[in-house]
Write a protein that binds this ligand. Structure first.
Ligand code: PMP
Length: 399
């Protein structure tokens, strides 16, 4: 490890983790691998937290970026000029979505998508109550943080948005709290921060029904679970429950920064008013480079080579995990998986050994007994076997 870079990193880059971060001084990323500057190879089994769904520097993404780079970079604030990459992306994406999700607001990140969704809900019913679920994370901006599913962490930033209620996830009874006062309910279909915990269809059905009954908008956060992760383009497709607003980012960009919220024509019309750009605006939202990369990644994910194979690849990882007695539970769908260990001490040790052995996994925000396993969707069977052997070795060394 280059000690000067370690010093500069600590000296100049604002740190967000009190404990020692796993420092990899990155030299290159390609496919499912990342190399550090000393030439050590790591297999990326988290896709940079569900960003590199088509792997690092996928050639189709690079080609789209090169082509766009020859034309223009930034031109004008989002929504004022026609920019072809935005149109092409929006048309292709909306063709994959149900009839009530046909208008897209392009932004730069997941947090911004959640902010936009909350604002849209406010304009719709003029209510203030936001409901979200324990152990959920929806972003770091003030609005998104207001929906954080952890009271002590939220309280550090008080006062956040008023009238927030936190309900237990995947429990139908507390959903009766949704009332005529509720502005919106924000939920993940599979909760990433708690270890890819799935909600049962009954819970999601009741959630949808309660929101409809009371005129509250249902916002699905598919910022991690979207773009093919679970074996469908979006996780909500598994259960047939459609939100009023869909928030996306991360895997959307093929490695480039982009996010969006998507809703119906009628709802989105509420952003449009006599004060130009004051419904919602973003200077860089829908950046043409990001849109070009996103479209290339989307087409690849939707091809027969990628999406239809995700489930079988996930099953292959699960079979490997079954050979590890220390793995007590596996949660998630497709390549959106988490291995749960007996306690957080073992999990931390496993992760430490994984990094030492060249296997990138990651801890989860609200469940320190689990490690996320979310490799690129383009990973081959051989790469899965190679990675999972490293994982098994790491567990053996940890216990
Ligand atoms: N929602 C979920 C489920 C996320 O995982 C994240 C990012 N980890 C966000 C929202 C916020 O996205 P961003 O970091 O792009 O603002």
């Amino acid at each position: 490890m280059n000690s000067r870079n370690r010093h500069l990193f600590k000296r100049y880059i604002a740190q967000a983790s009190e404990f020692e971060p796993f420092i990899i001084d990155v030299a290159k990323g390609e496919g499912v691998y990342v190399w550090d500057k000393e030439g050590k190879k790591y297999i990326d089994f988290i896709s940079s937290i569900c960003v590199n769904n088509v792997g690092h520097r996928n050639p189709v993404v690079l080609k789209a970026l090169e082509e766009q780079m020859q034309k223009y970079l930034h031109i004008m604030v989002y929504g004022e000029f026609i920019q072809q990459p935005q149109l092409d992306l929006a048309e292709t994406l909306c063709q994959c979505l149900p009839p009530n999700l046909q208008k897209i607001f392009l932004l730069n990140s997941g947090s911004e998508a959640i902010e936009g969704a909350i604002k849209l809900a406010r304009l719709y019913n003029h209510r203030s109550e936001i409901i979200s679920f324990a152990n959920s994370y929806h972003g770091s901006t003030i609005g998104a943080m207001s929906a954080l599913g952890n009271e002590p962490i939220r309280q550090r930033f008080d006062p956040l948005l008023p009238d927030h209620r936190l309900l237990e996830y995947d429990n139908e009874e507390p959903l009766d709290a949704i009332s005529d006062k509720t502005c919106c309910v924000i939920a993940e279909v599979i909760q990433s921060g708690s270890g890819m915990k799935e909600a049962h269809a009954g819970f999601l059905r009741k959630l949808r029904q309660k929101c409809t009954e009371h005129g509250a908008l249902l916002i699905f956060d598919e910022i991690q679970s979207g773009f093919g992760r679970t074996g469908r383009l979006f996780a909500f497709e598994h259960e047939g429950i459609v939100p009023d607003i869909l928030c996306i980012a991360k895997g959307m960009g093929g490695g480039m920064p982009i996010g969006a919220f998507i809703s119906s024509e009628a709802l989105m019309e509420l952003l449009n008013n006599e004060h130009p750009l004051m419904g919602h605006a973003s200077t860089f939202g829908g950046h043409p480079m990001s849109c070009a990369a996103s479209l290339a990644a989307l087409k690849l994910i939707n091809s027969p080579e990628v999406l239809p194979k995700v489930e079988a690849k996930g099953e292959r990882i699960r079979r490997h995990l079954q050979e590890i007695p220390q793995v007590k539970e596996v949660h998630g769908k497709g390549l959106f998986l988490a291995a749960h260990f007996e306690n957080s001490r073992i999990t931390a040790k496993v992760q430490e050994r994984c990094m030492a052995n060249g296997f990138i996994s990651f801890w989860l925000l609200f469940n320190h007994q689990a490690l996320g396993l979310t490799p690129p969707l383009t990973i081959t069977e051989e790469e899965i076997d190679y990675g999972m052997e490293l994982f098994k070795k790491s567990v053996r060394e940890a216990v």
